[in-house]
Design a protein around this ligand. Structure first.
Ligand code: MG
Length: 287
């Protein structure tokens, strides 16, 4: 009966009322609707494409990044036919440290957002091999939720910060702990090539306060926590970072790792799982 009543209402309504009715309908739908999912893949010719993951599981190529208004172009393909790449090609890769109470242990609580940089060259995708550098001795995983920016952001107040977000994905802030003790700015420890797997895709329209992150090493659960437990929530992070660093659409922020971490060995499989997003699976390569 409801659709008849709505149709009757639409026939009678002014434009403004129609908009109100449609908004009410969309509001109802959003209670159960999933956010859209976006990824990047490489085709048989080696060409990279941004794409939307359709509800039926297929992958629709886009003619540009979704945060730049990319539109559908070409024929959808099966997900199994798409060789997935990192879903982002960021200009800036910011990371936050010591942001979960479960990770800071005996340290005093942070009084400011602790930020550092990873390099764009650290970013790799689902299925990519995490390099075990030949000089490395103590290579750790750090499962994290990653923010993907959707708009230019500079000096954004916290109350506007989430409106600049495109979506969220899973990430692994791979860290060489011995280097971290000696590097200036943790450069090799955090920003070496391949030390930033992200993916498998970006999901929009998630409430970040509802997200959880888990990390599995060779199938064993090693880390688990919830974004709502962060010292500094995502709005505060974005506001503090953009106070002096402008972020562009497609830039990313690793938001910190929970709990404790352990060394990974060559051949290990590490999975970072973010609720509402999916599982980022990578294997550690030989030195
Ligand atoms: Mg980290």
């Amino acid at each position: 009966m409801q659709h008849i009543a709505i149709g009757e209402g639409l026939r009678r309504a002014s434009g403004r009322t129609v908009a109100t009715v449609l908004l009410a309908l969309l509001g109802g739908l959003s209670l159960t609707a999933q956010g859209a999912s976006y990824l990047r893949f490489q085709d048989a010719a080696g060409q990279a494409h941004f794409a939307e993951r359709l509800a039926d599981g297929r992958v629709q190529p886009l003619d540009a990044a979704p945060w730049l208004g990319g539109q559908a172009r070409g024929t959808p393909l099966r997900l199994s036919e798409a060789q997935l790449l990192a879903p982002v090609t960021p200009r800036s890769v910011i990371a936050i440290g010591y942001n979960y109470p479960s990770h800071t242990a005996d340290r005093p609580d942070p009084t400011a957002v602790g930020m550092f940089a990873k390099l764009p060259g650290s970013i790799t995708g689902p299925g990519a091999v995490i390099p075990y550098p030949r000089r490395a001795k103590n290579l750790h995983y750090e499962g994290e939720v990653v923010i993907v920016m959707g708009a230019h952001a500079y000096q954004v107040p916290p109350e506007q910060a989430l409106s600049k977000v495109f979506g969220y994905t899973a990430g692994n802030d791979v860290s060489e702990r011995d280097w971290q003790a000696g590097d200036l700015q943790w450069l090799r420890a955090k920003a070496s090539d391949g030390f930033g797997p992200v993916g498998p895709w970006i999901v929009t329209d998630l409430d970040p306060q509802d997200l959880t992150v888990k990390t599995f090493l060779n199938g064993e659960l090693k880390q688990a926590d919830a974004v709502r437990n962060l010292f500094f929530d995502f709005a505060t992070i974005i506001s503090e970072v953009t106070e002096t660093i402008a972020l562009a659409p497609g830039d990313v922020i690793f938001t910190g790792t929970p709990g404790t971490t352990e060394p990974m060995q060559p051949g290990d499989e590490v999975v970072v799982e973010v609720s509402g997003v999916g599982r980022l699976v990578n294997r550690v390569g030989a030195p």
